[in-house]
Design a protein around this ligand. Structure first.
Ligand SMILES: *Cc1c(COP(=O)(O)O)cnc(C)c1O
Length: 354
């Protein structure tokens, strides 16, 4: 279920005349009244001179580490909770791999509504503490986010709370479009937005990937760009790569990952992505591909990006550096390329200690 808009007549110049950030794109968002906001800034689309030189193509990084909660989950939380408030919701329940639960708890506190978050007992302690500090109810389950989803649905059915799982409500996906709109605008010129040839992004549930394809189509429909839609490269941790595996096997379905899904990229511990086939179809339709990154390369990529470009990325975001390297070696990366850093490395300092 995806939101659809009547997009005729909205002029890019008018949007550009508004203050920067998420809410300048409000006609492309499902919100009518005042949003629940923590002052989401426009995040940087950074030119990466050293990676560009190394790869021989123009490389950029969309850096989401400066958002509330220090990850791009703020994109979904501000729009998802704004919409929930408009719908009269008083209580939300959601399963999460970690960051969404922490950030939704902060925005729920801001909105003055109750939240229950269900996550794996192995989810990062940082995320558990975000929930409880914000006054949310935290429930831990044995198993993965898939088990958390079963429990969260049970709670929703018992209590009537709004079930805010990925892809069950369509609004968080809409919020994630704002990141791409900001980047397309930064890469554009005086008259139009511009798409990078390739976007390399981490894929857990795949919301960010589908949001990218959806909003590129909307931008073209609005006439704000005539560029070819970007080629999407989805990246997963080799220890939890159900979509990479299905993609490589040429399947249409995405069987659940059967191994232990442990990875330092905690946001990518999604062994049974609920809309896996749609994510895969979206990436295929874009002419893109799926890439897996080994554990040791994830941490090395965090160090690499910090040392080369000065950006301490989260492990999920850092996977994009190794994935891009793999594609460069295979002669399969078109520039300009935009890497998606989904959050701050500061939330994951423990992975840098050994
Ligand atoms: C949730 C998360 C991801 C995965 O995003 P999806 O949109 O679910 O694919 C990547 N990075 C971080 C830091 C996350 O919290």
């Amino acid at each position: 279920m995806l939101c659809r808009y009547n997009l005729s007549g909205l002029m890019l110049a008018d949007v550009r005349s508004r203050p920067p950030g998420t809410w300048r794109y409000r006609e492309l968002l499902p919100i009518e009244g005042d949003p629940v906001s923590l002052g989401e800034p426009e995040t940087a689309t950074l030119f990466a001179p050293r990676l560009s030189e190394r790869w021989g193509i123009e490389a950029w990084i969309k850096d989401e580490s400066t958002l509330p909660g220090a990850t791009f989950k703020a994109r979904g939380a501000c729009v998802g909770l704004s919409r929930a408030v408009e719908l009269g919701v008083k209580r939300v329940v959601m399963p999460t791999a970690g960051n969404a639960g922490g950030t939704w708890s902060l925005y729920a506190a801001r909105a003055g509504i109750e939240i229950t978050v269900v996550m794996s007992a192995t989810a990062p302690r940082t995320n558990q503490l975000e929930v409880t500090a914000a006054g949310g109810t935290l429930e831990l389950v044995d198993g993965s986010i898939a088990d958390a989803a079963v429990r969260a649905k049970e709670i929703a059915d018992e209590t009537g709370a709004f079930f805010a799982a990925t892809f069950y409500e369509p609004y968080r996906l809409e919020g994630k479009k704002a990141a791409w709109l900001e980047s397309f605008d930064s890469l554009g010129d005086a008259d139009s937005m511009s798409f990078p040839a390739t976007i390399v992004l981490p894929v857990g549930g795949g919301v960010a990937a589908i949001a990218a394809a959806k909003v590129a189509a909307e931008v073209r429909e609005l006439g704000w760009s005539n560029d070819r839609a970007p080629r999407l490269v989805g990246v997963q941790a080799a220890n939890c790569a159900p979509i990479v595996k299905a993609f490589e096997e040429g399947r249409d379905d995405v069987p659940p990952w059967t191994g232990d899904p442990h990875t330092v990229a905690a946001g990518l511990r999604v062994p049974a992505p609920i809309e896996g086939p749609l994510v895969m179809e979206t990436i295929r339709a874009s002419g893109g591909t799926m890439v897996a990154v080994e554990e040791d390369r994830i941490v090395e990529s965090m160090r690499d990006l910090a040392a080369t470009e000065g950006l301490l990325a989260c492990p999920e975001g850092a996977t994009t550096v190794d994935a891009a390297e793999q594609l460069v070696r295979a002669g399969d990366l078109d520039g300009p390329v935009l890497l998606y850093n989904t959050g701050a490395g500061q939330k994951y300092l423990d992975v840098l200690t050994d």
